[in-house]
Design a protein around this ligand. Structure first.
Ligand code: PAY
Ligand code: ZN
Length: 308
């Protein structure tokens, strides 16, 4: 099967392959990509972050957060796609060149690495991290952020998929991410969290039903991003606040970053709709990433135009 330019099929990659890839993409593109470690997972794996863009002072930043949920494999695949596409098209694609000249993308290919490894080796549908909590294992990192933590008291059972943890930021992964964002708050203007599935573009709040202060502009941006996305293959997405579309959730990463002052915080639920769910076939990696890329560029172009 051949479905990309270099003639090889895109495959989901185990963590070791992603780590090696991250190292080598930084090594091969020293002017555009640098690699750092923002902390370690519970099991001691380094949480890798790739900074992508021309190295200049005073740049705006956009954080791309992939793999917070272990079983959503298309998410890390997208972060890899994004970085590969960036280095491939810099200097060729006008828009990408402009973006990388002015914006630094802070890309976390796999946030919940321990869970991802578990999903590859033991339980394909694993979602949480791997820290034991009494009789069960794992905390949902997307309930563990310090924003209305455990407000609805529905994620208190350590055996449930969305267990919120023992307290806000109780998990080392959440701590590493939050610390990194707090340190870079001056420059980071947008945060995009990639999930699957459902074909939805979500924004805050999840923890409240009211509209965010800049709802109108975020809503418009979501519409433009989805116009670009659907323009490629006609993929249908819905959009709106997490609370409206999914229901009330507390402690999510995009709610937290929004409250920290990042005014453009989005969550993508990538393909598919309802056939394959988490088990999106590898043949759909490429079209999913291609269309998502267009939406991400619309959001990034908006950030580029911001005054501050
Ligand atoms: O994207 O942050 C978001 C919305 C909330 C997600 C969550 O953390 O529950 C939605 C689910 C997810 O991607 O984790 C949706 C999927 C299909 C699920 O596992 O239920
Ligand atoms: Zn998810």
């Amino acid at each position: 099967e051949k479905n990309n330019r270099s003639g090889r099929i895109f495959r989901y990659q185990p963590w070791e392959k992603i780590a090696t890839w991250a190292f080598s993409v930084a090594l091969r593109n020293p002017k555009l990509v640098s690699m750092m470690e923002i902390g370690k997972t519970y099991e001691g794996r380094p949480i890798i972050l790739l900074k992508v863009g021309k190295q200049k002072a005073c740049k705006k930043g956009i954080i791309l957060e992939c793999g917070i949920h272990a079983r959503e494999w298309i998410s890390p695949a997208f972060c890899q796609w994004f970085v590969n596409e960036a280095v491939k098209t810099y200097g060729k694609d006008k828009n990408m060149t402009r973006l990388l000249d002015r914006v630094t993308f802070h890309v976390i290919p796999v946030f919940n690495i321990d869970g991802y490894v578990w999903s590859w080796t033991q339980d394909r549908l694993w979602r949480k991290n791997r820290k034991p909590n009494g009789e069960c294992i794992g905390t949902d990192l997307n309930r563990n952020f310090n924003i209305s933590w455990n407000k609805f008291e529905k994620d208190e059972d350590p055996c449930m998929q969305a267990y919120a943890g023992t307290g806000p930021e109780s998990e080392v992964e959440t701590q590493a991410f939050s610390t990194y964002i707090r340190k870079n708050l001056d420059s980071i203007k947008a945060h995009i969290s990639f999930h699957s599935y459902g074909q939805m573009l979500l924004y805050p709040y999840g923890h409240a039903e009211e509209n965010i202060p800049n709802h109108e502009i975020v809503e418009k941006l979501a519409v433009s991003a989805l116009e670009a996305l659907s323009g490629l293959f006609g993929t249908k997405y819905i959009h709106g606040s997490i609370s409206k579309i999914i229901g009330l959730v507390s402690g999510s990463s995009i709610d937290w970053s929004y409250e920290e002052g990042i005014k453009y915080s989005f969550g993508f639920e990538l393909r598919d709709g309802k056939i394959y769910n988490f088990l999106l076939p590898e043949s759909l990696i490429k079209p999913t990433c291609q269309e998502t890329m267009l939406a991400v560029k619309v959001i990034a172009n908006h950030v580029l135009k911001l005054e501050t």
